[in-house]
Structure formats: C-alpha cells, structure tokens
Design a protein around this ligand. Structure first.
Ligand SMILES: *Cc1c(COP(=O)(O)O)cnc(C)c1O
Length: 389
C-alpha cells in the first residue's frame, strides 16, 4: 500500500516551511532575549547583536554594505517601499514622474504602480514575449527624460522565467534611471549579488527560502534616495519606522545563512529533480506543454498547461492524494480573473484554466515524482473522459 497520508509539497513558490535550525535560532528572542533592539541595557544589546548579525549575513550574500539593507515586513512591503519611496523622492526633486514596469510583475509591484498611476504618475507597462521574457531594448525605447524608475522582477513566480536584468541595468545606468528588481523568487535560491546585477533596489522575503513569514528586506544602494513610507521612530536609519522584529530578523538571517552555504548544490539538485518531473510529464501525458523559458528558469519551477483540463478540478484531485500544487499563482487563486502572467504570454482563458504550477524544493524525491505522476495521469485521464461524455 502506498502512503496516502503523506504530504507531498510542491508549492514552494507560494511559501516554504521554516527550517528547524531557523526556528531554534528565533526562539530565544521571543522569551529570554526579548529586549528592544534600540535599548541601552544588556538585554537590548543581545537583541541588537542578533539584528546586526542578520544584516551582516544578508550583506555578505548580496555583496553590499550593511547600511544598504532595510528590514521590512516582507516582499510586499519591500516592493512598496522601493517604488513609492523612489517615486516620492523623485517628485520632490522635480526629476520627473515616469515609471517603467512589465506586464508580468507580482501584484505587490503591479498594484503599487497602478496606484501611482492614479496619483498622476505616468506608467509604461512593457509586454513580454511568449516565454515571459522582457526585451531590454524595449526598456531602452520606453525611457524618456522624465523617467525616474524602472521596475522589472528578477524571476517570475508563476512561470519561472529569469529576466536579463544585467542587460537592463546597463541601460538604466547609462540613462541614470533607478532600477528596482523584485528578487523574492531568487534570493536564497540562486546567487544574487547587488553590484553584479547593477540594480539600485532589490526586494527579498524570508518565507520563500525556509525563513518565517512576515519578514523581508530591501537592498537600497548607497546614495539612492527613497522617501520612507511608514513614519515613526528612527529605526533602520530612519528609513523604516517601527520596533525591529528581532526574532523574525534573526530567523531571516539564519535562513539566508543556510541558503548561502549550499546555494549552488541545492539549485543543481532542485533543477535535476524538476527536469526529471518535466521530462516524465512531457513523455507520458499527451496534450501537455511547459510554460516559460526552459533555459532561463528558476530551478524548482514547472508550469504546465494540460489541454482540455480544468486546473482547479485537477488540483482538487491531487489534494485528495496529499499533493500540494498551485493553479497559475497562489495570489490569484480564488479570483475568477485569469492570471495576468498567463495572459501576458498569450494564453487563452481555456489554456490559463488548464495551467498548473509545481514548485519543487531540494526535499522532493524521485519516489514522490513517481507517486505524483501516477495520480496526475489517472486524474487527467479521468477528467478528460468525463469531459468527452
Ligand atoms: C511571494 C512574493 C512576493 C510577496 O512577498 P511577501 O513576503 O509574501 O509579502 C512578492 N514578489 C514575488 C515575486 C513573490 O513571489
């Protein structure tokens, strides 16, 4: 008998479990070492040390200065702070009001840009090709004298396509325009060095790489002017008010440290198991098609469109067998609207509906692939047969 009670988790782009070492690292800061990191007694010194240590780890991984890291409540806040902050600072200096973005951004960027559009900013939204790739020349063409910011995600959460950010940053640098990148799907999964990427602002989030939810960071290059979004105390060099969330910051640091120790190995392992899964789907399930770019792709991402399938029904069947995957993206699940990313790469409503996203991690095994394949094939055959009745 197979283990029907087992949970097979293939939705790591939505979130990841907290690593036990990360949990252990956080616990003392909830209890014994609960001090406010801004205090002056020894209890606070311990808290302050934890925050400094986490900042140091992130700075090492990003190859940047420690004062270029701002702790936030997660990827969403980092995106908001980068975009709203840069937009307001530019408005104050009367630089301009034009922002360039793409049509595949995460809602945290997409809706922030839309909000700025309503506030009178001029937003240009660049289209991607059928693989979800931004053409750097399109970015260059869109730049005007009034352009203050370009925001292009490093890799897409739905289809996994990795953008040519270095080529884009050469363009933004030569035009002296700020470049922000949402690296939430990349930081902790693949090497991510600020200077190498040539970006000015970069967002990351702990819960996408075995850290806790509700904590993230914004890399803000020295000299980059951003207005703070949240007003209050002088924490984070006056750029993000509010008592430091010491336990979660310590957890973010630990998660980054663990990820950093095995970055390349883990990416290679995930890529290998993903490729095996992808090959098997292609070979064994007729009418299936992989979305996104095969080469420039997040190691764990597998987005597949199954012809004539209602994705939500398929997910339901998989869930009955303990398999967690996602339709389109976790953020758009529950809404009736078609995923803007699948629309951007030219999917019809039917194709979008038949699309599932599996996002694997290093802990997925060959046996799990075997088990998922069995249920995937059975469910798809059954759903297609029902449809033909
Ligand atoms: C998850 C995600 C976010 C949001 O991060 P939170 O920490 O959940 O707010 C932003 N951008 C991308 C690409 C993501 O995958």
């Amino acid at each position: 008998m197979e283990a029907e009670n087992k949970l097979i988790y293939m939705d790591n782009a939505a979130t990841t479990p907290v690593h036990t070492k990360v949990l252990e690292c956080m616990l003392p800061y909830f209890t014994n070492s609960f001090g406010n990191a801004s205090g002056l007694y020894s209890l606070s010194v311990e808290a302050k040390k934890a925050v400094t240590q986490a900042r140091k780890i992130l700075a090492d991984m990003l190859d940047c200065y420690q004062d270029e890291i701002i702790f936030t409540s997660g990827g969403t806040e980092s995106d908001n702070l980068a975009i709203l902050g840069a937009a307001d600072a530019a408005r104050r200096s009367e630089k301009g009001n034009h922002i360039i973005t793409t049509n595949i951004e995460h809602p945290a960027v997409r809706n922030t840009c839309e909000f700025l559009g309503q506030q009178g900013y001029d937003i240009t939204c660049i289209s991607v090709d059928r693989k979800g790739m931004v053409n750097p020349l399109e970015v260059e063409k869109a730049i005007t004298k009034k352009t203050i910011l370009v925001t292009v995600m490093l890799a897409n959460n739905e289809i996994g396509t990795i953008q040519p950010i270095r080529e884009i940053s050469r363009i933004t640098q030569s035009h002296k325009v700020l470049l922000h990148t949402d690296a939430v799907q990349v930081f902790g999964q693949l090497p991510c060095k600020a200077a190498e990427l040539g970006i000015d602002l970069l967002s990351g989030s702990a819960h996408k790489f075995y850290g806790p939810k509700g904590i993230g960071f914004l890399y803000c290059k020295r000299g980059t002017k951003i207005t703070c979004v949240q007003h209050g105390g002088r924490q984070e060099n006056g750029r993000r008010a509010g008592t430091e969330n010491v336990p979660l910051i310590a957890g973010l640091g630990k998660a980054a440290e663990l990820a950093g120790q095995r970055l390349e190995e883990q990416a290679a392992a995930v890529r290998e198991i993903r490729n095996i899964f992808m090959q098997r789907i292609m070979n064994e399930i007729p009418g299936s098609r992989v979305n996104g770019d095969i080469m420039n792709r997040l190691p764990g991402n597998l987005s597949v469109t199954f012809e004539g399938i209602e994705g939500e029904s398929l997910l339901f069947h998989l869930d009955m067998h303990g398999i967690c995957a996602s339709s389109g993206s976790a953020c758009s699940t529950g809404s009736k609207e078609m995923s803007h990313v699948l629309k951007a790469i030219g999917h019809t409503k039917e194709e979008a509906r038949g699309t599932l996203r599996f996002t694997l991690s290093y802990s997925n095994t060959q046996e799990e692939i075997e088990y998922v394949m069995k249920h995937l094939k059975e469910s798809i055959e059954m759903l297609r047969a029902l449809k033909d009745l």
